[in-house]
Design a protein around this ligand. Structure first.
Ligand code: UT7
Length: 332
């Protein structure tokens, strides 16, 4: 039987930094409020002519190089994004595949908001275990600044741009394999976090209007409460299902939405500070890109070693949620 191994990681953030001080000139907020309520100090913002696919390509190039997989051996590419280059079509994954020079790949995007990376991890795992594909490039890439309302202090302080990518490859060695991935969704909470305009549900109202009608809207405080509840339940379930104790987790890599959410979930699992990966302070919330960017952060700082077990945990618009137990399994 084929198993799916998490072989490599890569990430990219655009050059420009938007600080809390910058935002306090744009809306009625302060560095103190943002830091205390979210843990965010700054976020990166893509240039006008830098698209989500460009961020994804740069992250993917690092993941491919670190995996040692030849370009011609990549047989699938999946992108998780809520800020694609173009709404509807073409998919950002197809644009990335062409920019990378990939031929003969299956390429598509999925929309699961901040849970996107966990969703594409589960899809890659299933394709590999079924024997249909061998080397799958998964990418979380977001240019959230393109769908953020910079007059709304409830959302514009949170989001940033960036991308993270991983190579998921077939292996016969079970000790290298992704152990489990859980995914879930509940459309009853759709109105907590959404881009209400721009789709077929509102086309008659918005055709020909400004792009500003497609900005994200969030009921922040309600989302916060559901996030803590859902994330905690989800990680407890995946640990219990696989008979793994929270002490066995070397790196807890949660979606980076808000320091207070991460702290509440970490405390509920009785995790020690050194187990919890935190990048929200320097990148903000980058939705589907946040988990691979955080994994890349511990990889590049030398903290992530071969064989170490990661617990991923995400929550986002939809609502969607997901968790995964993933040993880091590079070739060398
Ligand atoms: O990634 C997907 C999932 N997303 C999340 O999980 C995000 C979840 N939500 C959050 O992170 C938090 O709810 C926020 C950071 C968005 C807001 O923090 P909060 O502690 O829930 O604040 P709140 O919305 O309850 O607002 C408290 C007060 C309000 O003023 P009053 O009514 O008490 O006078 C807000 O108007 O803070 C005010 N406020 C602000 N003040 C300064 C809201 N935003 C700001 C701001 N600066 N940026």
């Amino acid at each position: 039987m084929a198993y799916a191994a998490f072989r490599s990681i890569g990430a990219y953030v655009p050059e420009k930094i938007l600080t809390n001080e910058d935002l306090s000139v744009m809306v009625d907020t302060t560095d103190e409020w943002i830091t205390k309520r979210t843990g965010i100090k700054e976020r990166h913002i893509a240039a006008k002519d830098e698209y989500t696919s460009d961020l994804g390509v740069k992250a993917a190039q690092k993941a491919i190089e670190r995996s040692g997989v030849a370009l011609e051996d990549i047989d699938m590419i999946i992108t998780a994004t809520i800020s694609p280059d173009y709404f509807c079509m073409p998919s950002t994954a197809t644009i990335i595949s062409t920019k990378l020079g990939l031929k003969n790949v299956t390429a598509f995007d999925i929309s699961a908001a901040c849970t996107g990376f966990v969703y594409i991890l589960s899809i890659a795992k299933a394709f590999i275990e079924s024997g249909m594909k061998k080397n799958i490039l998964i990418i979380g890439a977001e240019k959230l600044s393109a769908i953020t309302d910079y007059t709304d202090r409830g959302t514009c302080i949170l989001f940033g741009d960036g991308a993270g990518a991983a190579m998921i490859c077939a292996t016969e060695d079970k000790s290298e394999a992704i152990i489990d991935v859980h995914t879930g969704a509940d459309g009853e909470y759709a109105d907590l976090l959404m881009t209400p305009n721009g789709g077929s549900g509102s086309a008659h109202d918005t055709l020909g209007q400004e792009a500003s009608s497609c900005f994200m809207q969030m009921k922040g405080n309600e989302t916060f409460k559901v996030a803590v509840r859902t994330l905690t339940k989800d990680v407890k379930e995946i640990l219990a299902d696989n008979d793994i104790a929270s002490d066995d987790i070397i790196h807890f890599v949660p979606h980076q939405a808000n320091y207070r959410i991460i702290k509440a979930v970490g405390d509920a699992l009785k995790l020690r500070e050194e187990q919890v990966v935190l990048t929200v302070g320097k990148f903000g919330n980058t939705s589907g890109a946040s988990i691979p960017m955080a994994i890349n952060d511990i990889y590049e700082s030398g903290k992530l070693k071969k064989g170490e077990l990661m617990l991923l945990d995400a929550f986002g618009g939809g609502l969607t949620w997901g968790s995964a137990l993933v040993p880091f399994s590079p070739n060398n």
